[in-house]
Design a protein around this ligand. Structure first.
Ligand code: SF4
Length: 194
């Protein structure tokens, strides 16, 4: 267990616990405010993320930033963004169960130190792992569920929205619900905009 984010990050950046370390360009630890009350968790870095070392920086990331901006969230100010696995799975395949098992300890430590009130799962990989194995994004997106003192909500992965724009409107509704939930349960997330 870590008592500082800096130490956690320094150790994670050297991680070679699974085979994904062999093909990564950069490990993608996460981005944002370490005191955030709202955390977003995606599945794993893609090509652009691997090259730049930051989550959600490609076209999907630009779409995510638009949704965030719509509800006054900013990846550099009042939220934290991480992934289930910190290194890119080759050819953008899904991270395997074994890779997720190897990597989840880093996410657990990030979550323990950040102590978010809300975790938003971006896409089915993180939702199935963090909310429930049977999670179906088409049926359960936007629904908040309490687990261990944290409110979890799953929504569409931004890359999936680029492939299927029909889901952009329901995804936006999820973000609007998130804004309402933040007003309800968070203390300082929107302070930076007051
Ligand atoms: S994916 Fe996670 S467990 Fe695997 S090498 Fe990268 S940081 Fe380590």
């Amino acid at each position: 267990m870590y008592d500082s984010f800096e130490k956690l990050k320094a150790d994670c950046m050297k991680c070679e616990k699974c085979g994904l370390c062999k093909t990564r360009t950069n490990l993608v630890f996460g981005v944002g405010n370490e005191n955030a009350e709202v955390m977003f968790v995606g599945e794993g870095p893609g090509r652009n993320e691997d090259l730049q070392g930051e989550p959600f920086v490609g076209k999907g990331g630009q779409l995510l930033d638009k949704y965030l901006e719509y509800i006054d969230l900013d990846r550099h100010k009042n939220i934290y963004i991480a992934n289930m696995v910190k290194c890119r799975p080759p050819e953008n395949r899904d991270p395997s169960e074994e890779e997720q098992d190897c990597c989840i300890g880093w996410l657990r430590e990030q979550t323990r130190l950040i102590r978010p009130k809300i975790i938003v799962c971006l896409g089915r990989i993180s939702a199935k792992r963090l909310i429930g194995r049977d999670f179906l994004v088409t049926k359960e997106h936007g629904v908040f569920k309490e687990k261990g003192g944290i409110l979890f909500m799953g929504t569409y992965h931004p890359a999936a929205l680029l492939r299927n724009p029909n889901n952009k409107a329901p995804a936006l509704e999820d973000f609007i619900s998130l804004r309402e939930k933040i007003w309800e349960v968070c203390d300082h997330t929107y302070d930076v905009h007051r």
